[in-house]
Design a protein around this ligand. Structure first.
Ligand SMILES: Cc1ncc(COP(=O)(O)O)c(C=O)c1O
Length: 403
């Protein structure tokens, strides 16, 4: 039996998987053009404005408002919707911390609803039980680039008069029943941070079909100015969350690469899902058939320790990495277990003298935090052989651990 790399054996592969970000002379040209234009500031420039229009059009949305990050996008949407101290926002505990932090930063209380085992997205069947008189918004997160059940979420939101803010930070180009995400709800947020499928290192955008939301978001991210009107008159309380022209220029080129990269990711993901059928205990998610385009920011896998001699997902991921496979565990704690979230929620409730407890039982999220694995998007840009190596390494480890 082959000795595992984690135990000092020879790794299954030494060749790296595709690196990220990917770029070429077009990005270089775009940066040079911006440099020599002398216009590096978005309100006076052309790149960010063009990118806003192009990214919105790509997603079938009418308006785009570029901002400094996905975190900023979420906060700007909440502020635009006047979500304030003591308001409640329903979201999922299986997401990046920024989804919850944005709520807490405006003084709102995130309420966490469990996720579905087939997608790891919010379970719409459990949303209504979490709605109270304080609830103002729902933030569905399209986790890993796979859209949440937007039909159900929008229907619930309309009935309870809630704002829907999509956290599409991982879901560039993804589609729900043929419609691209971002403006399915009231507003949608994307991130262009370094790991994301469209990136400028940092950056974000808000998409919406509603001119009113677009103008409010623009103002909240532009120090409270009004887009049309006198610059120094009638200023609202807000900060500067603008994106620079450098990022805008890069993002326009990166967006042009997205279709081809998405096709490669989808094709490799389909191939990998079939190939993983050979490995007991590694189960790709069945997904939701209404998802017509998965962005595959993360390829998500359920791990069963029993099929690997009782070793944890963390131990398995470490063994895979030692074999040269960039598989990782995902979020390891539902957000309600994060100390900061608990403390900040308690602080807000105490300040406002809010009484009454809420119970948050999210058994599926608890399981995913223990048994969920991710293969990141850039690995899916590789070859069929790169996918086969995922399977080969998993079988090698399984053999060694099962004895
Ligand atoms: C689901 C989710 N929401 C929000 C964010 C925040 O985006 P950013 O890192 O651009 O602030 C991220 C990205 O890291 C994310 O993955």
């Amino acid at each position: 039996m082959a000795k595992l790399a984690i135990d000092g054996g020879v790794p299954l592969r030494s060749k790296p998987y595709p690196s990220w970000p990917q770029w070429g002379v077009q990005e270089e040209e775009a940066l040079k053009q911006t440099l020599y234009s002398g216009q590096w500031w978005a309100p006076g420039g052309t790149q960010v404005k063009a990118f806003e229009a192009e990214f919105a059009a790509y997603h079938g949305a009418r308006y785009g408002v570029a901002v400094a990050s996905g975190s900023a996008a979420l906060e700007v949407c909440l502020r635009a919707a006047r979500i304030d101290w003591g308001d409640e926002v329903i979201t999922t505990p299986y997401t990046f911390i920024a989804t919850a932090s944005a709520c807490l930063l405006v003084g709102a209380i995130p309420r966490f609803v469990d996720i579905l085992p087939d997608t790891w997205n919010i379970d719409p069947g459990k949303v209504e039980a979490a709605i109270t008189s304080r609830t103002k918004a729902i933030i569905p997160v399209h986790i890993g680039g796979e859209p949440a059940d937007m039909d159900a979420i929008i229907e619930i939101a309309r009935r309870h008069n809630l704002v829907v803010i999509e956290d599409a930070c991982q879901a560039h180009g993804a589609a729900w029943r043929g419609r691209r995400v971002g403006a399915l709800g009231d507003m949608g947020c994307f991130s262009f941070q370094a790991s994301k499928n469209v990136t400028a290192g940092e950056g974000g955008i808000i998409l919406t079909d509603d001119e009113g939301w677009a103008e409010k978001c623009w103002s909240v991210s532009n120090v409270g100015h009004k887009r049309r009107g006198e610059w120094y008159k009638d200023i609202a309380l807000a900060s500067n969350y603008r994106l620079s022209e450098w990022a805008g220029a890069i993002l326009r080129v990166q967006l042009g690469r997205l279709d081809e990269q998405m096709a490669r990711r989808s094709s490799n993901a389909a191939y990998l899902s079939e190939a993983l059928a050979q490995v007991e205990g590694l189960d790709p998610l069945p997904g939701d058939p209404r998802v017509t385009r998965n962005a595959y920011h993360l390829y998500k896998i359920w791990y069963n320790p029993e099929a690997f001699g009782g070793h944890s997902a963390k131990e398995f991921a470490a063994a895979m990495q030692a074999e040269g496979i960039p598989l990782s565990v995902g979020y390891t704690e539902p957000l309600y277990r994060q100390r900061m979230v608990a403390e900040r929620r308690a602080f807000i409730r105490e300040k406002l003298d809010l009484r009454g407890e809420f119970s948050e039982e999210c058994p599926v999220a608890e399981q995913v935090c223990m048994r969920g694995l991710w293969l990141r998007q850039s690995a899916l840009l590789g070859t069929r052989e790169d996918m086969d190596d995922v399977v080969r390494a998993a079988l090698k480890i399984q053999q060694a651990w099962r004895g």
